[in-house]
Design a protein around this ligand. Structure first.
Ligand SMILES: Cc1cc2nc3c(=O)[nH]c(=O)nc-3n(C[C@H](O)[C@H](O)[C@H](O)COP(=O)(O)OP(=O)(O)OC[C@H]3O[C@@H](n4cnc5c(N)ncnc54)[C@H](O)[C@@H]3O)c2cc1C
Length: 263
């Protein structure tokens, strides 16, 4: 089955064409040459993206089985956060206002400060079966998932920490409200990408409708009518300026989907 998705409204940065996306209804390998998407909260789509696939709603579920939490990979993070809060489960408080689906969070090892999704994770399920966390290479904002993930298992400990959730909510207060993909670049070891961008003069730098936010330099924001071309030009210029000034080549945290790739 194909689903028509308009990425200018679906993606969190509000950029991209309308395309037909292949829907995975059952656990199966990704069709050849296809790129999987989750909620597109970390994806910048160009005008000519590769063929895309998405999980069906059949993988949007949560259930508790004794001490284990089973979650479908299409489940939105907000739904999982609310479930943990309602059922007094601890360990997922960092998902407060962290947009995405479980699959996208796992692929990015999404998190905030010292907290990340691989913390409470036990195992993921691909079309070929369950894979334990210890068999998956992962680190800061990346995970080498063995294949498309359809479901994951988490430790399910009692005790939702409302004070911790409130701390995460407050950490989000200084983030721009404009359309974005969250942090554009990863923080280099021992450095802050935002600080490097700021020192290179990119805080508030704008091309057309796109800018590095005046509020938070590492957020590439769409101020209205921004385009893929403007976003790529800003990214390219920022990378070069920071490298010239510091010798550090910033690595993208966001993923760009276009053929040909811009970098
Ligand atoms: C306002 C804002 C704030 C943000 N704050 C944070 C933050 O604090 N911390 C943080 O880590 N991120 C943050 N992000 C980025 C984003 O929320 C995360 O990267 C999130 O995990 C993306 O999930 P998604 O479902 O939208 O994935 P997508 O953006 O659709 O995809 C991301 C990657 O996941 C892969 N993927 C998706 N589903 C699956 C699956 N089922 N199996 C295998 N691979 C899959 C895709 O192929 C792609 O490579 C923020 C984004 C926004 C817009």
């Amino acid at each position: 089955m194909l689903k028509s998705i308009d990425f200018s409204t679906f993606s969190s940065i509000r950029i991209g064409p309308r395309v037909d996306v292949f829907v995975l209804e059952t656990p199966q390998p990704l069709p050849k040459n296809h790129q999987l998407i989750g909620g597109a909260n970390n994806l910048l789509l160009g005008p000519t993206p590769p063929p895309l696939a998405i999980l069906s709603k059949a993988f949007d579920f949560i259930h508790v089985d004794n001490t284990l939490l089973h979650v479908g990979a299409a489940t939105p993070s907000g739904k999982l956060f609310s479930f943990a809060k309602k059922h007094n489960l601890g360990g997922l408080e960092f998902m407060q206002q962290l947009p995405g689906t479980l699959g996208g969070m796992l692929a990015m090892n999404a998190g905030l400060k010292g907290w990340e999704i691989f913390g409470p994770l036990l195992a993921v399920r691909t079309h070929a079966g369950w894979v334990e966390k210890s068999d998956i290479t992962h680190g800061y904002r990346y995970a080498k998932l063995p294949d498309v993930v359809f479901e994951a298992r988490f430790t399910c400990k009692e005790g939702f920490d409302a004070a911790l959730a409130e701390q995460f909510r407050q950490m989000r207060q200084n983030q721009p409200k404009d359309s974005s993909l969250g942090s554009c670049f990863k923080n280099p070891e021992g450095e802050s990408a935002g600080r490097l961008l700021e020192e290179a003069g990119f805080r508030g730098k704008q091309y057309g409708g796109m800018a590095f936010s005046a509020q938070h330099a590492n957020f590439l924001v769409n101020l209205g009518g921004g385009t893929y071309e403007e976003a790529v030009a800003l990214i390219q210029e920022a990378k070069e300026a920071v490298a010239t000034k510091t010798g550090i080549w910033l690595e993208l945290e966001i993923k760009i989907l276009n053929i040909p790739a811009p970098f």
